[in-house]
Design a binder for this molecule. Structure first.
Ligand code: BV8
Length: 237
């Protein structure tokens, strides 16, 4: 198998064992304790930038307290030995995949795509320029790139178009194997990637703590904490 084209989609479940909270744990549909409309939309940022920046500042600060877990490391080990194309698409905005892959050499066919942006980056609202930003952002952080801009989190909010979609769609169109790991399949277009992979003739596997609502679309399912299930599953690929 190590020569086929592999597309992997990850979600918050891959970072859960590092201590990064997943999104849809609250029964009342709150999202990390907030209503999505209050913290993760462009309208929320326009309406209450202090609240939105505060929400992301707290999550950015938390990154200093967490480290990659065995799930991230198993994916990095796979990338180090994979001979075919391996496109790792993450919905996660933490840098735990980045840190795990920084420790191992990855082959020329590997790419990591943060389709929903990255907590450790900021973006100028006027020029669109993206820069590294490990610190807090003020409600109206002056932009060094444009006098009329401020810096916002480099995060894809609800209602905004995810990043690198053409690259993702091209990888899905050529996929031989598609793994969906640690995601509830609640958010589109990511939740639709399995259908694109199936249409390309790929084998599709859901790897999650428990079966998701979309379980029926996948050919196979592997269930349990990713830190425990992934190392063995990926070693057999
Ligand atoms: C777009 C950044 C147009 C923010 C995020 C009605 C129907 C269909 C779609 C829509 C609709 N109304 C609106 C939409 C579109 C909307 C959408 O999908 N809404 C949903 C809520 C219905 N989508 C959008 O707006 C997107 N943009 O559609 O633009 C377009 C599209 C394509 C082309 C052109 C135009 C933009 C969506 C991006 C939003 N931003 N993140 C932030 O992070 O602050 S989404 C956010 O949810 C995170 O990125 C997160 O990754 C993502 C998905 O959540 P999961 O990762 O799956 O996390 P969750 O908690 O849900 O699940 C965790 C899973 O892990 C669980 O299954 C659990 O069992 C499992 N687990 C837990 N522990 C473990 C584990 N598994 C293994 N091991 C463990 N230890």
């Amino acid at each position: 198998m190590p020569h086929c084209n592999l597309v992997i989609l990850t979600g918050a479940g891959v970072s859960a064992e590092s201590g990064v909270p997943t999104f849809r744990t609250d029964a009342d549909g709150l999202w990390l304790g907030h209503r999505v409309e209050e913290v993760a939309t462009p309208e929320a940022f326009a309406r209450d930038p202090a609240k939105v920046q505060g929400f992301y500042n707290a999550r950015r600060r938390q990154l200093a307290e967490v480290v990659p877990n065995p799930a991230h490391r198993a994916l990095a080990d796979l990338a180090a030995r994979w001979q075919g194309r391996l496109t790792l698409v993450t919905q996660n905005v933490d840098d735990l995949h980045d840190r795990a892959h920084a420790d191992v050499p990855t082959g020329p066919g590997f790419s990591l795509i943060h389709m929903h942006g990255e907590l450790l980056k900021a973006r100028c609202t006027a020029s669109g320029t993206v820069c590294d930003w490990p610190d807090d952002l003020a409600p109206a952080e002056p932009s060094p790139f444009h006098p009329a801009g401020v810096l916002r989190p480099h995060i894809v909010w609800f209602g905004e178009i995810p990043l690198e979609m053409p690259r993702i769609e091209a990888a899905l169109a050529e996929a031989d194997l598609f793994l969906s790991i640690g995601t509830s399949g609640a958010v589109y277009p990511a939740a639709g990637f399995v259908r694109a992979a199936r249409a390309a003739g790929a084998r599709t596997v859901e790897i999650n703590l428990e079966p998701t609502k979309g379980r029926g679309v996948f050919d196979d399912g592997v269930y349990g904490p990713a830190g425990e299930t992934l190392p063995a599953f990926l070693a057999d690929l």
